[in-house]
Design a protein around this ligand. Structure first.
Ligand code: AMP
Length: 360
């Protein structure tokens, strides 16, 4: 089976690494000459709106999936005429726009921060008056890793802020005084079968995910599964979805969904019986899903800007290095490590060991 992937970054690369043993081949559509997934398949180097290349991709592959949600809706609609695309164009349309996703959560009874659609500075002023400060202004589309958003703490922060974010449609959200951030990675097959990985506790640094720790019997697991299941069923979703929540007042508030494999699920490569990457491919290909059970305690540390010394990293027992083969650059995700242990205290010690390497 040949899988077309829109985007050729590290997520595409890890999809190919998981799918190759299943007998799958890959073609990546990505305009970047140095797309890091390219060595693992065919690289169609073209813009996402290039209809000749989209047609070529559709002719060559059995199905198409994508590794980022900012794919233009027209690209997915065009491809869908010729080849199955999973997740669907509808799921993508909702997940790429913060207003649509928050509205869906609200319609499904899933708690969210207070939010308001912002199309002008006047809208912003009115929404701040009703939601109050602090609040977070976010562009509705194209934001990632904390980009395209600003925390508003005082009245002075509100002045001209709509223009500061580019005068594009935005969402204002009430600031959630969360005690933690967790994500639930779920997978749903073509037949509707759904499986969930254990909730993951995430730590960010300057808006970029730094550390994910898979939890053991988290008290909010069942609630998170209920919320995510509602969204998956409503969208008749196929593939892996990541759902990010704020932990607050002993409950959950929905932040956002990613209609794809997700950084907070990278630990599953060695930390779960079947990784998020393999399960995504199983789901879109109509294969039986794999076990989402954890193998011991597990965490993932991102390498941002550079990968630490390879020999010293792999010398750490049960530390699994994933080097994305990307040029090192400040603020760029260039690799990660999965760490495994039998118990949480040893895992914490191992995380500290790798953090010292990163600092070092
Ligand atoms: P996002 O791109 O929406 O995931 O936001 C990036 C990060 O900003 C989140 O992981 C949170 O740490 C923080 N953040 C986003 N929205 C809110 C909010 N409404 N209240 C408090 N913190 C937020």
């Amino acid at each position: 089976m040949k899988i077309g992937v829109i985007g050729g970054g590290q997520l595409g690369r890890m999809l190919a690494l998981a799918g190759t043993p299943l007998g799958m081949n890959f073609a990546f559509l990505d305009p970047a000459p140095d797309a890091c997934a390219a060595p693992l398949g065919e690289h169609l180097r073209a813009d996402y709106g290039d209809q000749d290349h989209l047609r070529q991709l559709a002719d060559e592959v059995d199905l198409v999936t994508f590794e980022f949600e900012s794919v233009p809706a027209e690209t997915v609609a065009f491809l869908s005429q010729f080849v199955p695309v999973y997740p669907s164009a509808d799921a993508l349309r909702i997940a790429r726009d913060r207003l649509f996703e928050k509205s869906l959560f609200r319609d499904l009874g899933i708690p969210t921060p207070a939010f308001a659609d912002i199309l002008s500075q006047a809208d912003l002023d009115a929404a701040v008056a009703s939601i109050g400060l602090p609040a977070v202004l976010k562009t509705r589309t194209l934001g990632y890793d904390g980009k395209g958003q600003k925390v508003l703490r005082t009245a002075a922060d509100v002045v001209d802020t709509f223009a500061e974010l580019g005068s594009v449609p935005c969402l204002l959200e009430g600031f959630v005084p969360f005690t933690g951030e967790v994500s639930l990675i779920a997978v749903r097959g073509r037949d509707g079968e759904t499986r969930f990985y254990p909730l993951v506790h995430n730590t960010h640094d300057s808006g970029i995910l730094r550390l994910s720790v898979a939890s053991d019997a988290h008290p909010l697991q069942a609630l998170a599964e209920d919320y995510v299941g509602r969204v998956l069923d409503k969208l008749d979703y196929v593939g892996v979805m990541a759902f990010e929540f704020f932990e607050v007042d002993g409950g959950l508030k929905a932040n956002e969904i990613a209609p794809r494999v997700h950084n907070s699920g990278h630990w599953t490569i060695e930390g779960a019986e079947c990784s998020q990457f393999e399960n995504h491919l199983r789901a879109v290909a109509g294969l039986p899903l794999g076990s989402t059970a954890k193998v011991g305690e597990s965490a993932m540390l991102n390498f941002i800007g550079e990968v630490p010394d390879v020999a010293r990293t792999v010398a750490i027992d049960d530390c699994h290095l994933h080097h994305y083969g990307k040029a090192f650059k400040v603020g760029r995700k260039v690799g990660h490590a999965t760490l495994r242990c039998h118990d949480m205290p040893s895992l914490r010690a191992k995380i500290a060991e790798v953090e010292a390497l990163i600092a070092g």
